[in-house]
Design a protein around this ligand. Structure first.
Ligand code: ASP
Ligand code: MG
Length: 450
């Protein structure tokens, strides 16, 4: 049994849904359980409906409802499933429910997380039955399963905590029998319900998390995340056209890359499955024959798996000949960042100075003012971060030497090797980030390997 999850772009319109249906049919020998996102863009529009209605803009909200109704019925028509009376009726009812919710929110003049969950859940409640119909049309024995029956969560609306034990029991009761009968269950990701049956959501982008939770609950052989890119790459292809597909990557490496905005998938969302030893694959639904990327805990260790980078980094330096050596100073300095709810990315220290990088400059002024108590503070804007990620990087002096050599004349402002040795972080000028990534990529992936 496998879990096959299809993101918004894989169910974006009739063409994408038809392609997705074909992929699922090809997977029948693996007994797939299908998890789908809302049609691309729908969740954003649903949030707009909620906010507009609560702000008294009921007409605006209802016009978005009508726009979504039209696009969903267009997909139903183009898929050739418009004669499915139950689908058409149920879809219409969901839009009526949505319009009523909008009216209720406009009366209340307030959108609580709970009511926003009710509104935003509708995207996945709409998409799953449409995918079922598309599958049925090509002969796949698909059945719709309301995810809210399975995904029991806390009542932290907007970011509900799943209850894995209850989910596992519900999967045994509601999902396993269907799989055993050779059926293909299809359910919406992202949504759940409290034990009392109140609709919740797992937070934006939560469908990967749903897939991972179901995979763990069902002890699936694999979890497939179908998206619109070939998988994880050795670098951002917009910067490095020669970037290569990573066929196999460790979970911790993928997590490091995600912190650099590799937005293919957020590893924390697949943690429940990977922890159980279930491999997670990333595939491109536009090119279903590709190899994709396999994410496991135990991919062979490499010194450099990928190169990532980001700009808009700010370096904050505190220099103080006297105070830094005093016990407790470091803690006090970091407390300044904590008090100002700003997370620190990279840290380098010497006996008389400490340098940190931050991405979020919202509270920078207050931070600088409070740090002045410890010594001279300087702020360097316009920096960027380039990181080499690889599980055995820390053990490879040759790789580190090669990295620094590859940078050549690019000015280096800070260097940091993570304690786990998995991430060598180099702070350069923001403007130099693309060139640094290109040079490093050439050195590690394009020149003949030793
Ligand atoms: N549809 C939801 C969102 O856009 C969940 C997901 O796509 O993963 O956030
Ligand atoms: Mg999405």
């Amino acid at each position: 049994m496998i879990i096959a999850k299809f993101g918004g772009t894989s169910v974006g319109d009739a063409e994408a849904i038809a392609r997705t249906a074909g992929i699922v049919r090809a997977r029948l020998p693996h007994a797939p359980v299908v998890v789908v996102s809302a049609l691309a863009g729908t969740t954003n529009r649903l949030f707009e409906i909620g906010h507009q209605a609560a702000a008294g803009q009921l007409i605006v909200a209802l016009s978005i409802v009508e726009e979504l109704r039209a696009s969903h019925f267009a997909a139903i028509g183009a898929l050739g499933v418009g004669a499915d009376v139950a689908l058409v009726t149920d879809t219409g009812l969901l839009f009526d429910e949505l319009a009523h919710l909008a009216e209720a929110l406009s009366v209340l003049g307030d959108a609580t997380p709970r009511s926003l969950d009710a509104v935003s859940s509708i995207g996945e409640r709409l998409s799953a039955p449409i995918v079922v119909a598309a599958l049925a049309r090509i002969g796949v024995p698909a059945v719709f399963v309301d995810a809210r029956l399975l995904m029991t969560t806390s009542d932290d609306f907007g970011r509900a905590e799943p209850r894995p034990d209850e989910i596992a029991i519900a999967c045994r009761v509601h999902l396993l029998p269907l799989v055993r009968e050779g059926k293909v269950p299809v359910l919406g990701g992202f949504i759940g319900a409290t034990a009392q049956g109140v609709t919740t959501t797992l937070g934006r982008g939560g469908s990967d998390y749903s897939a991972s939770l179901l995979g763990a609950a069902m002890e699936a052989e694999a979890i497939e995340i179908w998206t619109d890119v070939d998988g994880l790459l050795t670098a951002d292809p917009r910067i490095v056209p020669a970037a290569r597909l990573i066929e196999h990557i460790r979970f911790d490496e993928a997590a490091e890359l995600a912190s650099f905005g590799a937005k293919v998938l957020h590893p924390s969302t697949i943690a429940p499955a990977v922890r159980k030893g279930i491999p997670v694959f990333v595939f491109n639904s536009r090119r279903p024959d590709g190899t994709g990327t396999r994410i496991t805990f135990d991919a062979p260790r490499r010194s450099v798996r990928a190169i990532a980078g980001k700009t808009k980094t700010v370096v904050v330096k505190v220099r103080s000949p006297r105070m830094l050596a005093a016990p407790g100073t470091m803690r006090a300095i970091f407390e300044v960042f904590e008090r100002n709810r700003t997370s620190v990315d990279v840290v380098a220290t010497s006996e008389v100075s400490v340098s940190v990088t931050v991405d979020d400059v919202q509270h920078l002024e207050a931070i600088v003012a409070q740090l002045s108590a410890f010594g001279d503070v300087s702020v360097e804007r316009g920096r960027g971060i380039v990181a080499l990620v690889g599980a055995s990087l820390g053990e490879s002096t040759a790789s580190m030497a090669r990295a620094l050599t590859a940078l050549g004349d690019l000015r280096l402002h800070m260097v940091s090797l993570s304690a786990s040795g998995i991430n060598l972080t180099l702070i350069v000028d923001a403007a130099a980030v693309p060139e640094a990534i290109r040079r490093l990529h050439a050195a590690f992936f394009e020149e003949a390997a030793e």
